[in-house]
Design a protein around this ligand. Structure first.
Ligand code: 2AM
Ligand code: CA
Length: 266
């Protein structure tokens, strides 16, 4: 993508994500209709839908040729990442939004011909915007994030993971997960994949593992983590496919290497 087009898109997407955050903060204390989707923990509210429609309406008006992948079904049904594709989660961490009224985000990733060009993650309640442009580094508001260079051992690492992967499950060997948890300095679970990516990018977490994430959970975060030298793959170490769900590990490079070589390689 040409740099001037990337810059223009970035400013536009930033304006819309900040406006969307403002709408959520204004409306979140009004009565909310909460419904479940695939299971009892998979929630959607009227505001998830409203914010998705807000973003898609703006995108389609200004950029009618752009395509959209989004969580609540108002986007396009895509079979490829050809062209310019916005991958959107209007509220990432809906359970946090409903129950805790904090620790949720809006996530927008923009890809051009399959290449991640722009990533934006807004922590709605704090107003902190994590952002990145391909090749231009990642930012936390106006502060440039340093690259993840210093070597970390597993013993010094803080990892983020959901407790469910420590129990018998179909997606990962729970004994490998037990060894990981027994080795690292600490574990955390925040419940918003987008924010968990952002915390890896800023070095507050050394890695985040999840066994099942959708494209909109990871699209922006992958671009932001990549800009600071972090690595995102599935848990086998293979590339993430943005048209399907994936297992995910997004990590400081030295932690990524150790997790694959010493724990997760079968
Ligand atoms: P959501 O709130 O947008 O649904 C919670 O651990 C993280 O996983 C959140 O980012 C949440 O995104 C995502 N998530 C929850 N249920 C999911 C599902 N069934 N498939 C994929 N991602 C899911
Ligand atoms: Ca969502």
């Amino acid at each position: 993508m040409v740099g001037s087009i990337r810059n223009e898109l970035f400013h536009q997407a930033k304006e819309w994500i900040l406006e969307a955050g403002e709408i959520i903060r204004q409306k979140m204390n009004e009565p909310l209709e909460v419904n479940t989707k695939s299971d009892a923990s998979d929630l959607v509210t009227t505001l998830d839908r409203e914010i998705e429609i807000f973003l898609i309406t703006h995108i389609k008006q200004k950029y009618p040729e752009h395509l959209i992948i989004s969580e609540e079904g108002y986007g396009d049904d895509l079979q490829s990442l050809d062209g310019t594709v916005w991958i959107i989660d209007p509220i990432d961490g809906t359970m946090n939004f409903v129950h805790q009224k904090r620790m949720f985000a809006i996530s927008i990733g923009i890809y051009h011909e399959g290449v991640g060009e722009i990533g934006l993650i807004l922590d709605v309640m704090s107003g902190i915007l994590y952002s990145a442009k391909n090749g231009a580094g990642a930012y936390k508001n106006d502060e440039k994030l340093p690259r993840l260079n210093k070597h970390h051992s597993m013993e010094e690492a803080i990892l983020c993971l959901n407790h469910r992967w420590l129990f018998d499950n179909d997606l990962v060997n729970e004994e490998a997960m037990h060894r990981i948890v027994n080795t690292v300095r600490g574990t955390r679970t925040y419940g918003s994949a987008a924010l968990e990516f952002a915390y890896v990018a800023e070095g507050a977490l050394d890695g985040y593992l999840s066994m099942r994430l959708a494209p909109w959970d990871v699209a922006a975060g992958m671009i932001i983590v990549n800009e600071v030298g972090g690595i995102t793959t599935n848990i086998a170490g293979s590339p993430v496919h943005l048209l399907q769900t994936n297992s995910i590990m997004t990590c400081h490079p030295s932690i990524h290497r150790q997790l694959i070589n010493d724990y997760l390689q079968s």
